[in-house]
Design a protein around this ligand. Structure first.
Ligand SMILES: [Zn+2]
Length: 362
């Protein structure tokens, strides 16, 4: 892999990651006249639940569903500059123009004025966009195994560097695909969030892992993985170092967890062999998902990693992939129970979901 760092017209960082060391130099200049970045992001903590909420008012003007010939994630061409100054690329990462969190954000008062029980802080973190290919019409599942392998290295690279940025407490690489889940740009891309706090979901999982370890003396994910592999009914694909299964208490109409057999806190901790195996296995899972309804499945793929500084020994890296589509053309909406109480009601059993995924050619 070849890594080249450059800057966009408004000072944002852009990093090209090319599959091979022999890739051409990436030194094209950003010719656009962009206004200086002025992200305004704050976090406020809900006094009733203890959860942080980010308020990023500058994001209201962000790009919404542009036509393909105006795609800001395609390479630049003559007279049509985009976010990526080069005329081609393999994988590229750059700071989000409309970030939910950023390094240079204004200071705030320590609490919301008049509300001493509501802590407030600058939304100091980092948000990057990752383009997986320069080919606008492709999807992640159509990438070659070697390109997916590059993407894994990119996620690991960014996780490591995000951990050095002031304020970042947790690094979250993710991908959303499909208009059904609110993707505003169809070019194959993902994002990486560096949160200025440990997310509520991770806090909950770490507390559960801590309790299980105290009671059983073993990590809960290790026991889950061993049991899933032994029972086999929910396993959809397995490799040498990873297993993909529908969790026994799946929330979504389609939900798969891709878990490494070895307990590692985050992506940088994976060996070369584990990264190779993941690339191959994940492509199989995505093919199974697209075959499910014979259409590109809208999905969210979310990496669960250890926080940057705390509870690293408790965490177990894994990828959660899920879809809101319950039939070929019907969406599962987050209705009263899900939205109001965070209680999921799933119409299909996890065993049926696994059966359907396995039944399709991968
Ligand atoms: Zn594009």
């Amino acid at each position: 892999m070849k890594r080249s760092v450059s800057q966009l017209a408004d000072g944002r960082e852009i990093i090209y990651f090319d599959d091979t060391p022999t890739a051409p130099a990436r030194n094209a200049k950003d010719t656009r006249d962009l206004p200086a970045q002025a992200p305004h992001s704050v976090i406020r903590r809900d006094p009733l639940t203890g959860e942080w909420v980010a308020i990023a008012s500058h994001r209201q003007t962000r790009t919404y569903k542009p036509p393909a010939d105006l795609c800001p994630l395609c390479p630049s061409s003559q007279g049509r500059p985009t976010e990526i100054p080069e005329s081609d690329y393999d994988v590229v990462v750059f700071e989000n123009r409309f970030p939910s969190f950023a390094q240079s954000v204004p200071d705030t008062t320590p609490t919301v004025p008049g509300m001493p029980m509501v802590p407030m802080a600058p939304g100091q973190g980092r948000c990057e966009v990752v383009c997986f290919t320069s080919d606008h019409g492709r999807s992640f599942g159509e990438l070659s195994p070697s390109r997916v392998r590059t993407v894994v290295d990119v996620w690991a690279d960014r996780t490591e560097e995000f951990g050095t940025f002031p304020g970042v407490q947790q690094v979250f690489p993710f991908e959303n695909r499909g208009e059904e889940i609110g993707v505003t740009l169809s070019h194959p891309h993902g994002q990486i969030y560096g949160y200025p706090f440990v997310t509520p979901k991770t806090e909950l999982m770490l507390a559960t892992a801590r309790g299980y370890l105290a009671e059983h003396g073993r990590p809960v994910m290790g026991d889950v993985l061993a049991a899933e592999r032994a029972v086999g009914t929910r396993v959809v694909a397995s490799g040498r170092y990873w297993t993909a299964f529908v969790p026994a208490a799946a929330r979504w109409p389609v939900e798969v967890h891709v878990v490494p057999h070895r307990q590692v806190p985050d992506l940088p901790a994976l060996t070369e062999a584990e990264r190779d195996d993941f690339a191959e296995l994940y492509l199989r899972v995505l093919h199974q998902m697209d075959a499910l309804y014979s259409r590109p499945l809208p999905y969210i793929a979310a990496w669960h990693q250890a926080p940057v500084r705390t509870a690293r020994e408790l965490a177990w890296l894994h990828l959660e992939v899920f879809s809101v589509l319950r039939t070929r053309d019907k969406l599962k909406y987050l209705a009263g129970s899900e939205s109001g109480m965070a209680v999921w009601i799933n119409d299909a059993t996890p065993e049926q979901i696994a059966e359907r995924l396995r039944g399709n050619p991968s």
